[in-house]
Design a protein. Structure first.
Length: 150
């Protein structure tokens, strides 16, 4: 009896969920905020001068804008992010990471990076990592090309 081929999609989704759960567990054990905070802080820090338009940040993080607004509200309240409006276009909202936000993101990265290396990257050879990354990038580009809203 032939065995079923591997279900790459299911394996990817299950692994991603488990990885995020483990990162969340380790962040909490270290007394640090949730993974979503790291994600938002990284999204800002990786932008030009640590700043992004709110709609651009939502696109980078692949998060709904209303969820992003609530998250940025919490980060701003903690002094990790500053929000501003464009002087040229009052409708354009920007978020920028603060010095405190950068420091927190770096603390969180130590746990995040260690967890990803231990449970994910170390499971693949360099060639497998490259092939997997290339395949995921192709899939991402295909989705982006199919949807002009992304």
């Amino acid at each position: 009896m032939a065995s079923a081929p591997p279900d790459l999609w299911f394996s990817f989704v299950r692994t991603h969920r488990r990885m995020i759960r483990e990162i969340e567990r380790r962040l909490a054990a270290a007394g640090l905020p949730a993974y979503a905070w790291y994600d938002a802080l990284w999204g800002l820090e990786s932008g030009p001068d640590g700043t992004r338009r709110m709609h651009e940040l939502a696109d980078v993080l692949a998060i709904e804008r209303y969820n992003l607004t609530r998250l940025i509200d919490r980060l701003e309240k903690e002094g990790l992010v500053m929000r501003t409006r464009s002087a040229d276009d009052g409708r354009a909202a920007f978020a920028a990471i603060t010095k405190e936000g950068r420091a927190l993101r770096k603390k969180m990265w130590k746990i995040y990076e260690t967890t990803v290396a231990e449970f994910f990257l170390d499971q693949f050879t360099a060639a497998e990592q490259a092939a997997f990354a290339h395949g995921l990038d192709r899939a991402s580009a295909a989705v982006q090309a199919a949807d002009t809203d992304i």
